[in-house]
Write a protein that binds this ligand. Structure first.
Ligand code: SF4
Ligand code: SF4
Length: 196
């Protein structure tokens, strides 16, 4: 079976000498934070063949595992892949070596946000941060407020406007926010887990 038929490239370009300076401290940190034993990955490609969004990624999940092993920090933190990953866990379920691929993706996303890396994806990281803002403040989602905040942050005021109006007309978007009873406890959870 040709792997190219499935849109899977070889990893040779990543291994090219001089393609990027290896950052071994980064490699070690990702292993620790993701609690993933990346040395178990033997590049069988099972994760990439099962990933439902691999076609849209600039590096496939198996390539990401190799790039972390090789300490290719900059390429990874700037990649689209870490934001396109939908967190569905198909790769983790299918991996014969129990590599925590999703844990690695989560760790890379958090690193990119903390280090304020300007990557290829602009809107998804902003959405990632904006989505949780009402949950932290109210204990639940406030879709209209979240969407307005996203529009302000991305300065993209008109895309999806028609869809938003339709949702509003069908009362899918509430005009005013409401809080859950335990909103203070929710804030505490956010404070305690921030930076973990
Ligand atoms: S499925 Fe597991 S072992 Fe195979 S390439 Fe992906 S991470 Fe590596
Ligand atoms: S968790 Fe991410 S990388 Fe893994 S299969 Fe789902 S979308 Fe692909």
């Amino acid at each position: 079976m040709s792997l190219r038929r499935w849109g899977i490239n070889t990893i040779e370009f990543i291994d090219q000498p001089g393609s990027q300076t290896a950052d071994s401290a980064f490699s070690q940190k990702v292993r620790e934070l993701s609690r993933s034993d990346l040395d178990r990955c033997y590049q069988c490609l099972t994760c990439s063949l099962g990933c439902p969004v691999a076609f849209a990624m600039d590096y496939r999940p198996n390539q990401v595992m190799r790039m972390v092993q090789l300490g290719q920090k900059q390429k990874l933190l700037e990649s689209s892949t870490i934001w396109i990953c939908a967190g569905c866990e198909t790769c983790v379920t299918r991996c014969p070596n129990e590599v925590n691929i999703l844990g690695v993706m989560d760790t890379l996303r958090e690193m990119a946000l903390r280090e304020k890396v300007e990557g290829k994806e602009k809107v998804i990281p902003t959405f990632h941060q904006t989505f949780l803002y009402p949950v932290e403040k109210l204990g639940k989602q406030y879709e209209l407020g979240m969407l307005l905040l996203l529009k302000l942050r991305t300065k993209d005021f008109f895309s999806d406007l028609g869809l938003g109006m339709k949702m509003f007309a069908r009362r899918k978007l509430k005009l005013f926010p409401s809080k859950i009873k335990a909103s203070k406890e929710m804030k505490t959870i956010f404070e305690k887990t921030r930076g973990v």
